[in-house]
Design a protein around this ligand. Structure first.
Ligand code: ARG
Length: 450
């Protein structure tokens, strides 16, 4: 049976096998690109008018048809059918049904290879801006939290062992500045991947010479790709995007892990709001920090998508190979995942109850060991020796079953050695002291205004 209904079926004797259709049709996934596909076609059509390939009148009809497709789809109308291979073919089919064979002219001088590359780049650019917005929202929440609880102390950890006293706000400002780098990474990404592939055709460049720069500008790109092979082959933009999103996700995952630990009865620093917890189907007493566990789990998924993309591209011969169709799902999935994680983390943080009394209660006097060594240094002892002396004292105290600050060996230093004193000594820029924290908050205010 000769297949007539496929747009590329001219040279084929038989239709595609059902199993092959199932393997290859991507509409269910790439319909996510509808808006960008329409934008791309509108801009491409304008280029065709300028080049004299289609008339202004023809363009007006095509453009109206494309707009109506987008409007109908946005209203929830299902325009697609089982025979549509992907969103690009589907749009062209619906357009042709609407305005007649004129609809087929929109694909002049274009291949799905440069069309897909363009749609996909546009999509990632749009979504990077959404992610940037969500990061900013989280930064504001973190900033407010830090500002509100200035002066509250808690144990700071290394190796998950109590290390030094810190301000609770100092801990949270660490996330603020990490997020600031995530924003920079995405801004760099937007600056780098700013070239429009349209005009590259299947791989050698379109034979209809049209003004690529105008088309690129129309789509909001800063310029045009310099080489058609490069433009349709590479997916480094997707790799970079997935990497950036994985980095955000894995940072959130570490904070989420801390929140899981903080919310245990052993720590008791934090109670997540019921809205961000869940119960056990068997144990009635349980309130589990599922929001944080999920954020931790989603980081695995983000890294998985990043890995999938690398695995996909590393062996695909230039230029376009159909493998590359598999590039969409990891990106769509990671975008949705990171947006959800950023949102939930922010809301969970805003609604959480912080148990500052418990934080203070749990602070061990040994947190002050470094400060005692520092005091000895101030009275002339070299730091290495001071470290040794204090280590000995801590050991003796442990043997006697008392806190080292209670040892009779250091009566005159005892009064000085408080958690507040320890924090106050760390006003160096970036430290946990009051002045430093105020400076961090100021810096944050400036960044939030930009
Ligand atoms: N659905 C395909 C994709 O997203 C479209 C490109 C098909 N190109 C081709 N030469 N078969 O990659």
């Amino acid at each position: 049976m000769k297949s007539k209904n496929k747009m590329w079926s001219g040279r084929f004797e038989s239709a595609m096998a059902k199993s092959m259709i199932d393997l290859s049709f991507s509409l269910d996934i790439d319909k996510e690109l509808l808006e960008e596909d329409i934008q791309g076609s509108l801009a491409h059509g304008k280029g065709l008018v300028e080049a004299g390939v289609i008339s202004k009148k023809e363009y007006a009809k095509i453009a109206a048809g494309l707009q109506s497709i987008l409007a109908a789809a946005n209203k929830g109308k299902n325009l697609w059918n089982k025979g549509d291979e992907d969103i690009h073919m589907a749009v062209e089919r619906v357009l042709t049904e609407k305005i007649g064979s004129l609809g087929k002219k929109i694909h002049t001088g274009r291949s799905r290879n440069d069309q897909v590359a363009t749609d996909f780049k546009l999509y990632m650019r749009h979504k990077a801006i959404d992610v940037l917005g969500r990061i900013l929202e989280l930064q504001k929440i973190v900033y407010e939290l830090a500002k509100k609880h200035k002066g509250r102390l808690m144990p700071g950890y290394t190796h998950l062992q109590q290390a030094q006293p810190i301000q609770f706000s100092h801990y949270w400002m660490s996330l603020f500045f990490a997020l600031e780098r995530d924003k920079k990474r995405l801004s760099n990404f937007l600056a780098l991947h700013n070239e429009c592939p349209l005009g590259s055709g299947a791989m050698a460049g379109s034979a209809f010479s049209y003004n690529r720069k105008t088309v690129a500008k129309e789509l909001g790109f800063g310029g045009i790709s310099a080489n058609s092979i490069d433009a349709v082959s590479h997916r480094d933009m997707a790799l970079e995007f997935l990497s950036d999103l994985s980095i955000i996700g894995s940072a959130l995952s570490r904070y989420a892990e801390d929140m899981v630990i903080w919310s245990t009865s052993e720590f008791g620093f934090l109670t997540l709001h019921d809205k961000f917890s869940s119960g056990s189907s068997m144990m009635p007493q349980k309130k589990n920090p599922d929001s944080m566990e999920l954020i931790r789990g989603k980081a695995g998924r983000l890294i998985g998508n990043f890995t999938a993309m690398f695995t996909l591209v590393k062996g695909a011969p230039l230029t376009y190979s159909r493998d590359l169709q598999e590039d969409k799902l990891p990106v769509f999935d990671s975008v949705k995942t990171i947006l959800a994680c950023l949102q939930v983390f922010g809301e969970a943080l805003e609604s959480a109850a912080w148990n500052f009394e418990n934080m203070e209660k749990k602070m061990l006097p040994a947190l002050l060991a470094t400060d005692l060594a520092d005091l000895l240094v101030e009275s002339g002892t070299p730091f290495r020796d001071a470290h040794h002396i204090v280590g000995n004292l801590v050991g003796i105290a442990a043997k006697r079953g008392v806190n080292f600050t209670e040892l009779p060996e250091l009566p005159q230093l005892r009064k000085k050695l408080t958690f507040a004193y320890s924090v106050s000594r760390r006003d160096i820029e970036g430290g946990t002291g009051k002045k430093s924290l105020d400076a961090q908050l100021k810096k944050a205010e400036k960044l939030l205004l930009m």
